[in-house]
Design a binder for this molecule. Structure first.
Ligand SMILES: Cc1cc2nc3c(=O)[nH]c(=O)nc-3n(C[C@H](O)[C@H](O)[C@H](O)COP(=O)(O)OP(=O)(O)OC[C@H]3O[C@@H](n4cnc5c(N)ncnc54)[C@H](O)[C@@H]3O)c2cc1C
Length: 388
């Protein structure tokens, strides 16, 4: 093994040990109460900031940790085992803005935003979805009109994670409504909160507690032209789609984390709970479920690491990221339900964490592009790669 690789692996195991310890010591004792109170875990987020996690994918020259995607995925997996919503939510959306600036921003934009984002002083988000446009991103309506050295934005966004507590967003808007194809008329702005940018209602959710998901409203909101990502109009769609590629690895990793936590609870419980004179783990029906769960999680984890490795290598990884996100999130939903079944009635009550895992699983299917959209993307790529 070359020295550089060894150093990366050592850094990885060190940071993972720190994150695991944080989850065990600080998160697990408080998660249930905070989740059910839908409380934002300010102190836990501060500890994550101190660990440098808000700079995990920001290059070292801008003060970040500059981690590879495999380590990135492993960190999300560990955090999701503790509390997917309130820990992975703000961090995941922050990382997409950081990714967009680090990969497509001008030098000036990188210097202006990345160091503050890496220190966690600026908290980021992603503002794509609108009340009438989710999967069909190209039909967004938020309009940005250039006036001198500024753009004036009008419109609204919905479902924006970290909308209330974040300060700065990767915001997609229409700069040329006549463009054909439509995506050439979309531009991405680094939008800091200010006059004309208001936060509307908070959405009350099934799960994903402890993190805000909001409506954002723009009324004659002025953004400096210097905040168009990369300085060029019409590139926004490709920039945010690239960000979603790493976002999908992130969601796949979260799904593996939730599923693992559910599985570990179930396999422990199955050895402690007796029925008909034996631990339920001795009933073949339960064994079959455990085998199915363990196997699927292992496959999901390997697919996630494979997509991360591909992204690290600089190769095109959109299909692998979509496959990992699709497969892992479906596995997550199946496993959380099976873990609940194994817990019998106890799985359904709030004293046990199973109901939280079960409520958080469906968002892994919907977020960062629904699984229907993932399958459309996968099929498109497969047909290209296997073209006759
Ligand atoms: C808790 C939460 C947090 C979120 N956070 C953010 C965020 O931070 N930033 C952000 O921008 N967005 C965010 N979203 C929005 C999320 O990305 C969208 O909800 C998602 O992409 C789906 O869009 P939609 O809700 O408009 O559904 P629609 O696009 O209306 O889809 C409805 C149904 O039709 C299916 N469908 C649509 N088109 C096709 C097609 N071509 N082929 C087959 N089936 C299709 C979909 O799969 C789905 O089943 C969040 C959503 C939630 C619930």
């Amino acid at each position: 093994m070359v020295l550089e690789e060894k150093a990366t692996l050592e850094a990885r195991s060190q940071i993972l040990a720190t994150v695991r310890e944080f989850v065990q010591r600080d998160v697990l004792p408080v998660v249930s109460k905070m989740e059910h109170d839908d409380e934002r875990p300010v102190e836990l987020l501060e500890k994550m900031r101190e660990m440098g996690l808000f700079g995990m994918n920001i290059p070292e020259e801008y003060g970040g940790l500059g981690l590879d995607y495999t380590t990135f995925a492993m960190i999300f997996e560990e955090l999701a085992k503790g509390w997917m919503g309130a820990l992975c939510g703000p961090l995941g959306t922050h990382h997409i803005l950081a990714y967009t600036i680090a990969n497509f921003g001008s030098d000036e934009q990188k210097k202006r935003f990345l160091p503050r984002m890496a220190r966690g002083e600026l908290r980021g988000g992603l503002a794509l979805t609108e009340p009438n446009a989710g999967s069909d991103v190209q039909s967004i309506q938020t309009r940005a009109v250039r006036q001198g050295d500024h753009y004036v934005l009008n419109g609204s966004k919905l479902f924006i994670t970290n909308g209330r507590n974040g300060n700065v967003f990767a915001l997609l808007a229409v700069t040329n409504p006549k463009a054909e194809p439509r995506h050439r008329g979309l531009s991405c702005f680094v939008a800091e909160k200010g006059p004309g940018f208001t936060v509307g209602r908070d959405l009350d959710k099934l799960g994903y507690k402890g993190v805000d998901t909001c409506e954002l409203i723009f009324q004659d909101y002025r953004v400096p032209a210097a905040n168009v990502v990369g300085g060029e109009e019409g590139k926004g769609f490709g920039q945010v789609m690239s960000g979603l590629e790493s976002g999908r690895i992130n969601i796949a990793a979260r799904a593996v984390g939730i599923a693992t936590a559910a599985f570990e609870a179930a396999i422990k419980y199955a050895q402690q709970r007796n029925t008909f004179g034996v631990p339920i783990a001795q009933h073949q029906a339960i064994q079959l479920m455990l085998a199915e769960m363990g196997t699927k999680i292992q496959a999901a984890r390997l697919m996630t690491y494979d997509a991360a490795r591909k992204k690290d290598s600089g190769e095109r990884a959109d299909m692998e990221a979509a496959m990992a996100k699709y497969f892992s999130s479906e596995v997550c939903q199946q496993v959380t339900l099976d873990a609940m079944r194994i817990h019998g009635g106890y799985g359904y009550i709030k004293e046990y964490p199973l109901e939280r895992y079960y409520r958080d699983a469906p968002l892994m299917i919907i977020g960062e592009g629904t699984n229907e959209i993932q399958r459309v993307l996968i099929a498109r790529q497969l047909l290209q790669r296997y073209k006759i």
